[in-house]
Design a protein. Structure first.
Length: 127
């Protein structure tokens, strides 16, 4: 078929024209549990290709298709999970539902609840 090379060329061009966008968002994640839930919720969004949270810097690096999703939506998804996302505050209800060890210091209950994952305790113990 004569048109095939042209089609292939056109698709190659379109792919080049739309490389995945990248953004880094600052969060207040604490432990492995935070990391897992933030990454999971981001990856559930259509257009998100990669989401990786660094627990040392508390920054999440996201690769996404800007034809399907924008940065404001990504920040909102993190806020809806219960965490800060740059200048977007965490959704209070989601934050209240986080495991005790995943909450900011001022919101922690005095005694660690059973819902605390071992990874959280380990993480906290290293501080
Ligand atoms: Cu956590």
């Amino acid at each position: 078929m004569r048109f095939l090379p042209i089609l292939v060329a056109v698709f190659a061009f379109l792919n080049m024209a739309a490389p995945p966008e990248k953004v880094t968002i600052q969060t207040n994640a604490i432990c492995e549990m935070c990391k897992v839930s933030i990454e999971k919720n981001l990856l559930a969004i259509e257009g998100v290709q990669k989401a990786e949270l660094d627990l040392v810097t508390k920054k999440v690096k996201i690769k996404f298709d800007d034809a399907l999703v924008d940065v404001a939506t990504l920040r909102q998804a993190i806020a809806n999970t219960g965490y800060e996302a740059d200048d977007v505050p965490p959704r209070p209800k989601a934050q209240a539902n986080l495991a005790n060890c995943c909450k900011p210091e001022e919101l922690k209950e005095k005694t660690c609840s059973k819902s605390c994952a071992k990874t959280c305790d380990d993480e906290e113990g290293t501080k």
